[in-house]
Design a protein around this ligand. Sequence first.
Ligand SMILES: [Zn+2]
Ligand SMILES: [Zn+2]
Length: 253
Amino acid sequence: MTDTTKSEIYDEKLFKQPPPLDDCPICFVRLPSNQSAQTYQPCCGKIVCNGCMYAPLYDDQGNKIAERKCPFCRITAPTSEKEIVKRYEKRVELGDSNAMFDMGGFYDRGIRGFTQDYTKALELWHRAGELGNAQALQSIGYCYFHGEGIERNEKIALQYYERAVIMGDYHSRRSLGIEEMKAWNISRAKKHYLIAARDGNENAVTNVLKLYSRGLATKEEYENALRSYQEYVAEVKTSQRDDAAKLMHKKYY
Ligand SMILES: [Zn+2]
Ligand SMILES: [Zn+2]
């Protein structure tokens, strides 16, 4: 196989729109691609949308239940950091890559009773990445990019970002677009932005708009990015999710 063919095959994988995430197991609407709009449950290992996560609970008399429970398996939510970590450890033991990814984050930020330890964080993310966890690959890339806990290496960082987007990661796609822009590979940058827009990344739409205003993208390309983003929103928007976003003062779509 020639090098050109190899890189063509690679590009085909790299510039493929990732399949939509599974539906939320409670409301059966597509999960938002942005991970901050979902919540991982360390009891049952399910990922539920924040709409379901923060929806008020009522008993059969119609009274609001104050006690928080997992919206999927109905187990009472953990009340202490220790209990949260215990649930995570159990999931990690079961080989759950989402639990490994989150645990890595606890070490990375030194939260939930852990002392900050980049080596442990990277260890967990590598394990999760081997199991196909796209977010973990993105996090490893981020560490290489910023020299966090590891020697800075932009080239390796971008390789991890590429592996992450191929696995469907939400955040890396726009970063790759920005890097292509720096290298003045405008058409590759636009390809990344368009895919990111269809996957719900509003900033990617802004990036295409900026290119349009500089004469580096056509009006059609901008319209296409905007339309793609709107199509995505139509697929994931629910009033419950809007309420959760308001509650957390965050923009979720
Ligand atoms: Zn839901
Ligand atoms: Zn649960």
